[in-house]
Design a protein around this ligand. Structure first.
Ligand code: ZN
Ligand code: ZN
Length: 436
């Protein structure tokens, strides 16, 4: 089996793994690097451009895993596009048009979790060789997220975790990887460099108490979030606080894409492995999309709650522009609820000293933050101890460390060597192909 890392950089960016299994070829994820502009943000498709690719399997609908899919579909017009069956939205980006995205729809094939299916392989049609199989496992990270298990017909196997959460979130239940065994494990390592792992329950309680307190003090609150996953988990917390009478009913301002995904969560609530199945956002909350034109004039003095994209406050997003308004007013608060890349506007704002100019973004250059900021760890990624336990359970011969900073990967490499000296860990660099 040959495994190639097509991520253009060494950091968490454009996830894309090329797997060649006895001549059957699949691409696992086709992400886009959120911090790089233009073509360099794409996976290194040119390294495999001359090959017949059978299929592209997508683990979940976050930019860094599926954002380059329309480009990949043009590179490999014959490849089948495989994903979990329930959700069908694709983020937008200028590297392709709405029409390109629309054209992809008929090429998708959706699969339910825990069904082993054959790849449609060109080798099979050309040489009559049986196809490997593919099986998706609920990854607990966002709606429709999946880990992918690949098995060849002569007993080789590989499991790719994608992004996964191994503890319950407010809505989504933990990943369902219980019966997975594989020779090779490609594992996300996002939180390998987090030495504190507070319990999700504890962080939820802290978040709820702070929100109630801010409402009592008539502060407005801004919560920058990803449109898929984080938005719905935060909205669930807010809806539960309203149902308990701890905060008054009120309109909650959200981003447009966040609202669209929230409607899909509602539609699939009974088909999802989640808590609060009867919590329907459309009934429990009055959601209003914050239009870009309203950001400059909306009144903040009315203790309003904004659950706004994007989580990194990238330029040209509502979160970027609304953050500038929040920063200028002492009486309001920004709640950070998860990871923000230190190189992003949100990452810089998170650690900026109050009242001191700091570089915020290329667009505005310097800014001064006068408002309060609070931090909560409501992560949708597995804690590092949980991932070590997963390694023990899957008991692979080789672990390929993915989706993490160098300190994160180093931590896992060292821990696995100490606890499981029989397991080899490798870090496949950007553009490298390794045969195992
Ligand atoms: Zn993700
Ligand atoms: Zn990711």
């Amino acid at each position: 089996m040959t495994i190639g890392n097509l991520n253009p950089t060494e950091e968490i960016g454009a996830s894309a793994w090329h797997i060649d299994l006895d001549g059957h070829r699949i691409l696992l994820d086709s992400g886009i690097h959120p911090k790089i502009d233009g073509a360099p943000s794409l996976p290194l498709f040119e390294l495999i451009a001359k090959e017949d690719l059978d299929s592209i399997a997508i683990t979940h609908c976050h930019h860094d895993h599926c954002g380059a899919l329309p480009v990949a579909a043009k590179y490999f017009p014959q490849a089948h596009l495989l994903k979990q069956a329930a959700e069908k939205n694709i983020p937008e980006y200028p590297l392709y048009t709405h029409e390109d995205v629309d054209l992809l729809k008929p090429r998708f094939q959706g699969f339910k979790y825990n069904r082993e299916v054959e790849w449609i392989s060109f080798q099979k049609t050309r040489l009559g060789i049986p196809s490997p199989t593919l099986e998706l496992f609920d990854a607990g990270h966002t709606l429709g997220s999946a880990g992918v298990l690949i098995k060849s017909n002569n007993g080789k196997s590989l499991f790719y975790t994608g992004d996964c959460c191994l503890h319950d979130q407010t809505l989504l239940r933990r990943a369902h990887f219980k019966n997975v065994k594989a020779d090779i494990l490609i594992m996300e390592t996002t939180r390998g460099d987090h030495n504190s792992n507070p319990s999700h329950v504890y962080e939820r309680r802290r978040f709820a108490n702070s929100l109630v307190k801010a409402q009592r003090e008539k502060r407005s609150i801004m919560i920058p979030v990803f449109a898929l996953g984080r938005t719905q988990e935060v909205l669930a917390e807010i809806a539960l606080l309203m149902q308990e009478g701890r905060i008054p009913p009120q309109t909650i301002f959200v981003g447009g894409l966040g609202k669209t995904f929230t409607e899909i969560y509602d539609r699939l609530s009974h088909h999802t492995n989640r808590s609060h199945k009867d919590l329907h956002f459309s009934e429990a909350l009055s959601l209003q999309v914050l239009e870009p034109s309203a950001i400059q004039r909306i009144k903040l003095s009315k203790s309003r709650i904004f659950v706004i994209t994007a989580g990194m406050m990238s330029e040209n997003t509502p979160a970027h522009d609304l953050a500038l308004r929040f920063m200028s007013e002492v009486e309001h608060t920004i709640f950070f609820v998860g990871y923000a890349d230190p190189d992003s506007p949100a990452g810089r704002l998170k650690v900026a000293d109050k009242g001191t100019p700091f570089f915020f973004s290329d667009h505005v250059q310097e800014a001064i933050c006068r408002c309060d900021r609070e931090h909560f760890d409501l992560t949708a990624h597995a804690y590092r101890k949980e991932l070590l336990e997963l390694v023990r359970q899957i008991s692979p011969k080789t672990v390929i460390l993915a989706h993490g900073s160098t300190p994160s990967k180093d931590w896992f490499a060292q821990q696995i060597q100490t606890n499981h000296p029989e397991i080899q860990t490798i870090d496949i660099k950007s553009g490298e192909f390794v045969t195992l």
